[in-house]
Design a protein around this ligand. Structure first.
Ligand code: NA7
Length: 541
């Protein structure tokens, strides 16, 4: 290890892995399997990534746990018992700790340490990774497994620092029990997945809850509940087959149920019957085999709006909790069995910011255009600078001193969602232009880390050249991402964090590849099998 950032002639290790969530843990294990020397850095005090930080009350995965898990090791599949079909945050974090210990990678990770910068030395073909602990580690391959939703959005509201009460963020909820909301007047800003999950829990203990909603969201029932023992037995029988099967799906997971009929082939009564069945079975998003068609999506959206409205007793509140401005799936839809009903309690109040926007936060509460609401606590559930935010949080300089910030000034560019031209041997799993947040992130973590380590193996077998995408490959990939986004209802017309619209001044680029997991996986491996024609392979340093 070197204290001198400029010394890059000899690597301290083969691989540096930044982040210890799903992708980072698996990356360290893969490095070990290949006999590579690896160092991991994690800014938290434990593994978990997103699941470490988002410890707010009610935090839960909305992908079923049998899908949202590792499958690389059949023993892990057989040893871990999920207590719930959709596990809560603390259980997922315990699971990730279990896997990290089982794989013996905890000792490779330096915790409580941020990576500040990554600098590429073109002559040596090595990366220098500088940390908040004052260390500089030189490596051949850098893997930034930093997640897509790990850079909280700073609240863009006047007076945030003037509030005299307590303020908490769902994205960094205190784990020491110091957030005491019992009997308090609590304001919650934000009604995305985090707000929707947290609000009913906060309502159980607060004396008054004021929900500041800028945009209403689709809320459908969850699949939480006990795991089906037959399903558990089936998964344990052949985990490797399950793993392969996941990669051959559109979303990287196998839904329990989905509609068997096509919207386009049904008459009105058939459509209504299919929608009712899907709602009862909790698979409304997949009510039809062709649910991706705009007409099918419109029918699903309208059906959900009706079901949502029925659950809320007060007419004004019901009308304002129902999303009218975007189709289902345009924004990340939410799941909850108790959110809408929470507003039927007399102490839970909806403040519709479409009618009475927040003017500013004042020492005693929140002032809207209509009134000042006195508060003891403000909970910010205001989301993240998604996908590109975590990348910008590290000062990354590639070839010719080119910075990632400049390279992505007009929005992210990369090839196959993992590598950027001018940044050789730097890998960005879970980042832009991959199936990322529109797929099963656990399957994606395994797929991308496999692809990255299969790429590293290829490089090692070919004299360790340096690899980065060709500019034309990046242009092609951006066009492909846009082409598939155009087919997704609401993707390009809705203001969502998928396209950076939640961050003032952020370029509006749809950042998720919607061509499907199977196509994505096959495209990645076609590159590898053909010797990386879409990349520039530069000779050994
Ligand atoms: P989201 O989905 O980005 O939700 C953030 C919410 O905060 C959303 O309702 C925003 O309204 C609202 N927001 C953000 N800034 C403001 C201001 N200034 N004033 C009022 N309201 C505001 O983040 P989550 O944490 O809920 O979920 C992120 C993902 O984590 C989730 O999809 C899961 O994958 C896990 P807007 O819609 O922008 O009008």
């Amino acid at each position: 290890m070197s204290a001198d950032e400029t010394r890059t002639t000899q690597p301290d290790c083969d691989v540096v892995v930044v982040g210890a969530g799903f992708a980072g843990i698996y990356a360290l294990w893969r490095a070990r399997q290949r006999g590579l020397r690896a160092r991991g850095f994690e800014r938290a005090s434990d593994v978990g990534g997103t699941w470490f930080w988002n410890a707010y009350p009610g935090a839960r995965c909305d992908v079923e746990s049998y899908n949202y898990a590792y499958f690389f090791d059949p023993e892990i599949v057989r040893e871990w018992d999920w207590s719930d079909a959709c596990a809560a945050q603390d259980e997922i974090q315990r699971y990730l700790r279990f896997v990290a210990e089982r794989c013996d990678v905890v000792k490779d990770i330096t915790f409580d340490t941020k990576v500040l910068s990554a600098r590429y030395d073109e002559t040596a073909g090595l990366w220098s990774i500088r940390t908040s602990g004052g260390e500089t580690v030189v490596c051949r391959y850098a893997i930034l497994a930093i997640g897509a939703l790990s850079d909280p959005k700073a609240p863009d509201i006047e007076g945030v620092n003037e509030f005299a009460g307590e303020a908490y963020y769902t994205s960094s909820w205190p784990k020491d029990g110091s957030a005491v909301l019992h009997g308090k007047r609590v304001g919650v800003i934000g009604t995305g997945s985090s707000g929707v999950q947290a609000i009913p829990e906060i309502a159980k203990i607060a004396s008054e809850v004021f929900v500041f909603q800028r945009t209403a969201n689709y809320v459908t029932p969850t699949r939480a509940g006990p795991m089906d023992p037959k399903l558990v037995a089936a998964l344990r029988k052949d985990p490797q087959a399950t793993r392969r099967a996941f990669r051959d799906t559109y979303g990287g997971h196998i839904p329990l149920d989905m509609g068997s009929e096509r919207f386009s082939e049904l008459d009105d009564s058939g459509r209504e019957r299919a929608l009712l069945k899907a709602w009862a079975g909790n698979y409304i998003a997949l009510a039809f085999r062709d649910a991706y068609l705009p007409e099918a999506n419109a029918a699903i959206s309208e059906f959900i709006r009706q079901r949502m409205g029925e659950q809320v007793t007060d007419l004004w509140t019901a009308e304002h909790l129902v999303p009218w401005d975007h189709p289902y799936g345009g924004k990340r839809p939410c799941q909850s069995d108790v959110y809408l009903q929470a507003f039927n309690q007399p102490h839970v109040h909806l403040i519709a910011l479409t009618e009475t926007p927040i003017e500013r936060i004042v020492p005693g509460g929140i002032t809207t255009t209509a009134e000042t609401i006195p508060l003891d606590v403000i909970v910010y559930a205001t989301g993240f600078d998604a996908i590109s935010g975590p990348v910008f949080a590290i000062d990354i300089l590639g070839m010719k001193g080119q910075s990632m910030k400049d390279t992505w000034a007009d929005g992210p560019v990369n090839y196959l969602g993992t590598m950027v031209q001018g940044f050789p041997n730097l890998f960005l799993p879970s980042s832009a232009m991959s199936p990322s947040v529109l797929s099963n992130m656990a399957t994606l973590a395994e797929q991308q880390i496999d692809f990255i380590f299969d790429t590293i193996e290829w490089l090692d077998q070919h004299g360790r050249p340096r690899l980065h995408p060709r500019p034309e490959s990046q242009r092609h990939w951006r066009e492909e991402t846009l082409r598939y986004a155009e087919r997704r209802p609401g993707a390009l017309t809705t203001k969502s964090w998928y396209s950076g619209a939640n961050i003032p001044g952020k370029p509006r680029v749809f950042m998720v590849y919607c061509g499907g997991f199977q196509r994505y996986n096959e495209t990645c491996y076609a590159e590898l099998e053909r010797g990386f024609p879409g990349y520039e392979v530069m000779g050994s340093p």
